[in-house]
Design a protein around this ligand. Structure first.
Ligand SMILES: *Cc1c(COP(=O)(O)O)cnc(C)c1O
Length: 396
């Protein structure tokens, strides 16, 4: 058997055994509907409410500010579309976001433009950050909503969320953050950080897929995205995904325990991996140093991302790339273009996302394999040949 190293935890994570154990009774014997009045139903209700409390505690929120959704995408859609009518009534038809959000936010903002909203897409700098000053300058008397991601899913850069929250609070603008990559990986407190709405998703921190949360601060008015029954305090219809909710709560509890200590340990492994991969010539780190503990994103000149991923896969390493095929369009990742990379450099990118389960041996193995793979691919690359013999200038 060859090695298997899963280094694509920003795409999804492995369900933890402990989380599965917590969920199991609700996938088998405890199948009651949380809205039913007999005991198995009431017990499901108690379980859901207990889970809601656990999530609230992990976020620094109140229990009645936690709403379960089907995942991060739904939470993002709801946060943005949910304030549409209320903002329109107030004449607040301007939204501020950034040009490197996840598509769940970007495409929803484009949808809002079709429904009479004007959207400002703030440009992130070459390191992958926006500033509170940029947000403040973009706010007009028509601005109703600011939505800026906590940490980027491709390059891992962590935004100055508390400061942006402060600006928004001062200006009376609703502030939503897509914290899907951040929750369970860095310490977050919605109350202290002036966050009005926050999206998270369980499968990004060893919980199950198909369950997420939208935190909505008390006092923020938002209309339903999913209409139907009276679940989630009349705000989000559909029979509660009790097993998913239990799994999410257990996963967030585990992930946020000793979070600073774990983040530090993972960051050390990250930096060791980064330093070693940057020893390869004509290479750059994408995104600044204030980044998610587990995120590594490096571009290798003269290399195609797809070929790089295939070769990694052949060696048992699961990773991802911002190249065109993986981005699902003809263009490379909008995130890498947003930080100003030329197409050629964006195509040759590799994202490795590690967790506390990634061992030192795993990392040493990656450090052994990747340079060889790059060497091989470059030996077949006409572009690299020209760069090497000086016929073509490096784009780095
Ligand atoms: C994964 C992800 C989402 C989508 O979450 P799902 O639960 O898969 O719908 C949204 N935003 C970011 C930043 C993500 O990384």
């Amino acid at each position: 058997m060859g090695r298997f190293i899963y280094a694509d935890n920003a795409a999804t994570t492995k369900l933890s055994a402990e989380v599965l154990n917590a969920m199991m009774p609700y996938l088998t014997d405890n199948y009651g509907n949380a809205s039913s009045i007999y005991e198995v139903g009431r017990s499901a209700r108690r379980t859901v409410e207990k889970a809601r409390q656990t999530v609230a505690e992990a976020l620094g929120a109140k229990t009645n500010e936690i709403y379960f959704t089907s995942g991060g995408s739904e939470a993002d859609n709801w946060a943005i579309k949910g304030v549409m009518d209320i903002l329109k009534d107030k004449g607040k038809t301007h939204i501020i976001t950034t040009n490197f959000e996840h598509h769940a936010v970007l495409h929803t903002c484009q949808f809002m433009q079709k429904h009479g909203f004007e959207v400002t897409y703030l440009e992130v700098n070459s390191e992958g950050y926006v500033t509170p000053g940029q947000v403040e300058n973009a706010i007009t008397d028509k601005t109703g909503l600011v939505t800026i991601m906590y940490a980027n899913n491709e390059i891992g850069t962590i935004q100055p969320i508390s400061e942006i929250g402060e600006v928004c609070r001062k200006k009376g603008v609703i502030f939503h953050t897509d914290a899907v990559q951040a929750i369970g990986h860095i310490d977050i407190d919605v109350a202290k950080q002036n966050i009005d709405m926050l999206s998270l998703s369980a499968h990004k921190f060893h919980g199950p897929k198909g369950i997420g949360v939208l935190y909505i601060r008390n006092g923020i008015r938002i209309s339903n995205l999913i209409h139907g029954g009276a679940q989630e305090r009349n705000k989000r219809a559909s029979t509660e995904n009790v097993a998913g909710i239990v799994g999410l709560a257990r996963a967030i509890e585990i992930a946020t325990k000793d979070i600073d200590k774990k983040a530090k340990e993972i960051s050390e492994k990250r930096d060791y991996l980064i330093e070693n991969l940057l020893k390869i010539e004509n290479t750059r780190l994408n995104g600044g140093r204030n980044r998610l503990p587990g995120n590594i994103n490096i571009s290798f000149e003269g290399v195609e991302g797809e070929a790089l991923l295939l070769m990694c896969d052949l060696n048992g390493i699961c990773a991802s790339s911002g190249s065109a095929c993986t981005s699902g369009s003809l263009d490379p990742s909008h995130v890498l273009l947003a930080i100003g990379l030329p197409h050629e450099i964006a195509h040759g990118s590799l994202r490795l996302s590690i967790t506390e389960e990634t061992s030192k041996e795993d990392i040493d193995y990656i450090i052994e394999i990747v340079p060889n793979v790059i060497k091989r691919l470059r030996s077949m690359s006409p572009v690299w040949e020209k760069i090497e013999n000086g016929e073509q200038k490096s784009l780095l």
